[in-house]
Design a protein around this ligand. Structure first.
Ligand code: ADP
Length: 238
């Protein structure tokens, strides 16, 4: 049975169909790469699933529950969490405060001590537990990315949407980042990840979906997709 189901998703910006009738499904526990050249509609699709933008048409369901038409906060409650291409944290708050907020407003709505515990676990998971009281704005870039991931994890999501979470990391950080995502997947989390680093996609995702000009042009095993002529042509701008 499909866990995340996207059927005929459309997002129109004026005359542009940034997402133009996209359909695919994810099974529970699956990790899938969302590929495509710049401007192909990947982030817009993530925005539709997370409710950051309302869909023009189509239907998105998680575990049978219709997400389309729900407000962003209800979609978070339903179990969708994400990271952003440009990190979004609360720089004047401490790490633990940053993460507690999402424990409160996430899927399982923890309060008080439970929120504190879930937040500490999330910081532990990303390797930031020893900095819990530091101010978020003082973190390095990679640690801000880790914090943002911890915020998503503290929501205890059913599905995690990563929008180029590995971008901009140095080789050591990249390999740590890949290990971390693998650990989350092995822990049972369902993950849809927009990613341009093909080695990371190969290492993490057995299957990819590929967009071009708002449409899905491939939904297949990663190796097959990366040698698929239509995928190669799309990346070359053909
Ligand atoms: P990708 O993530 O694959 O690089 P995007 O989803 O960011 O692609 O963008 C797809 C298309 O939609 C692009 O042409 C982009 O300029 C356009 N677009 C994205 N967001 C908006 C917006 N808020 N308003 C108008 N056009 C947008």
């Amino acid at each position: 049975m499909s866990f995340l189901s996207i059927k005929g998703a459309v997002k129109q910006f004026g005359g542009l169909r940034a997402v133009d009738g996209v359909s695919f499904t994810l099974k529970k526990g699956e990790i899938v790469g969302l590929l495509g050249p710049n401007g192909s509609g990947k982030t817009t699709l993530i925005n539709l699933v997370s409710g950051a933008l309302p869909a023009t048409a189509g239907e998105i369901r998680l575990n049978g529950q219709r997400l389309t038409g729900l407000r962003r906060d209800r979609i978070a409650r339903a179990g969708v969490a994400r990271t952003f291409q440009l990190v979004r944290i609360l720089p004047s708050l401490s790490l633990i405060e940053n993460v507690k907020i999402t424990a409160v407003f996430g899927h399982n709505a923890h309060w008080g001590r439970a929120a504190e515990r879930v937040a500490r676990e999330a910081l532990e998971m990303v390797g930031l537990s020893d900095r819990a009281e530091a101010q978020a704005g003082d973190l390095t870039y990679i640690d801000q990315k880790r914090l943002e991931l911890a915020r998503a994890l503290a929501a205890e999501p059913e599905i995690l949407l990563l929008d180029e979470w590995l971008a901009g990391l140095n080789p050591t950080e990249l390999s740590e980042g890949i290990d971390l995502i693998r650990k989350l997947h092995q822990g049972g989390l369902t993950i849809l990840m927009v990613e341009h680093i093909i080695d990371a996609v190969r290492a993490l995702c057995p299957r990819v979906v590929v967009m071009n000009s708002g449409q899905l042009i491939a939904d297949e095993a990663t190796d097959a997709a990366l040698s698929d002529p239509s995928v190669i042509t799309a990346y070359l701008g053909g």
